[in-house]
Design a protein around this ligand. Sequence first.
Ligand code: ADP
Length: 591
Amino acid sequence: MNTAATNPDERLPSTELWRTWKRILRLSKPYFLRLIFSFILAALATGAWLAIPLGLRSMLDSVFEQGDRHLLNVIAIGMLALFIVQSLMSFGSHYLIDWIGSRVITDLRQKVYAHLCQLDLRFYTNHRLGELTSRLGNDVGTIRSAATTDLSQLLMHNFSLLGSIILMAVLNWRLSLIVFGVVPPVVLVSRYFGQKIRRISRQAQDRLADTTAVAEEALGAIRVVKAFTRESYEVRRYRNETEALFKLNRHRALITAFFSSGIGFFFLLSMTTIFWYGGSEVLENRLTAGDLVAFLIYATNITRSVWGISRLYSSLNSAAGASERIFQILDTIPEINDNERAVVMPFLKGRVSFSNVSFSYEKDGFNLNQVSFVANEGETIALVGPSGSGKSTIMHLIPRFYDVQSGQIRIDGIDIKTVQTQSLRQQIAVVAQDIHLFGISVAENIRYGRLEATDSEIISAAKAANADQFIHDLPEGYDSLVGERGVKLSGGQRQRIAIARAILRDARILLLDEATSSLDSESEALVQQALERLMVGRTSFIIAHRLSTVQHADCIIVLDSGKVVQSGSHQTLFEQDGLYRRLCSLQFQDP
Ligand code: ADP
């Protein structure tokens, strides 16, 4: 959905724009000295450029009038020297500004990415991944071009404009008034169009993010698309998005073109007036021919600069539109924040208790309602219940992916809200049902569990996870790349790698979502054995899909609509006439 049109800050364009630019400029603070130096270079380069018409003026008024060849040579050499200085200065300032721009954008990209990694799960359930990658890629890219080439050109144009205005006023102030008269309406018109362009740009960036999200969703689920033969449906969906984007871009192109050519027209009009009025001043001997030529060149300079500035103004406005979105991400505060007095979680023993925990993802209703239970050190707790009963939610709350609305979760007697979240999560290992392996080597995938692990620790973990054998049989063993550009692993193999990763993490608390996909019996036995090894000595919470797991659990918690309806051992619960027995007879529950 396109949210730009409903955004309240659209109503405050100029203050917002200024605030956005101030923030962008603040990003360049570490490079302040370089920035000043580049400004000086740009001013010098423009100064040299502005001296050229004065040389021409002397040539027309002195050299030709007096037939002075020597003066001609002096002027020519002087101009050559100026050109050299101008080129050197312009090289230096372009390079420096581009450098600063690239540096600032690199910093920004890293900052946004680091912030994205810090944001919590609630943020990710409310944002599409494609949209976020588009922000990081396209939006930052738009700012990049504005902050580099555009900014350096803008600087040159501004100096040139300023210098030309001063020199013109000195040459002939009456004639200058003709040119200056055009400036105020042009500024007003620029502001008006600038706001329009910025709004459309922002909408276009939003649309581009939506487009990327649609493509990423469909390509990410290409199996589903193909299985339901929805290729043309997806193509249509993408086409609609891109056509909408095209319409916005067309609208922007129309406004930009109208704006630039309109301003050009204004200035050509003023040039014609100078030509006519200045010509009559020369005829009446109130102006020399050299003055008029120099004046016309400065007027051309002004036209070129104002035209350039207005064009850059629209591109800078686009960048401001893009950066607002980036800043919105940066301004999103993670909900899960360590409080100032948060302490480091001590080394865990693994006793987990829920006391009257109530939690909801959205504002209304409860996804967990007054849930209480205790898991002692080293126990295995099986969570069972129909789909949507709250099993995964309990798993999300233990590492504090979300904060509870009421009640407390304590680990070893410490409320998890009072400790540093990182230090808590470091002591929890997760084996999810849909195992994510990264496109790096098998060894590195296992090392993800503990980055400082040695190679031999990785191999021992793989052995304990029954993974060592098949890894050895891969073309490059532990160095084989996984994923699209590497080896394709079966479901059972992926699970064993995930188990090895969890073994390596050596955490006291284990969160395990048993795979529902049926493995062949040999693979299942290997996975089962690996899991049993993994669970030894750890407090393990398992979303159980297998009867064997449940039977061996120390305690089974039966959930229904967010409430604990039964708890106890398999034997006890099976003897009761309750949900558990019904679920068992359905072999087993939640698909
Ligand atoms: P289970 O794992 O037992 O199938 P969950 O814990 O995933 O159930 O879900 C419990 C309830 O919370 C369900 O009604 C589900 O729709 C809702 N729910 C789960 N995740 C979210 C979420 N990210 N945002 C909103 N509601 C959610």
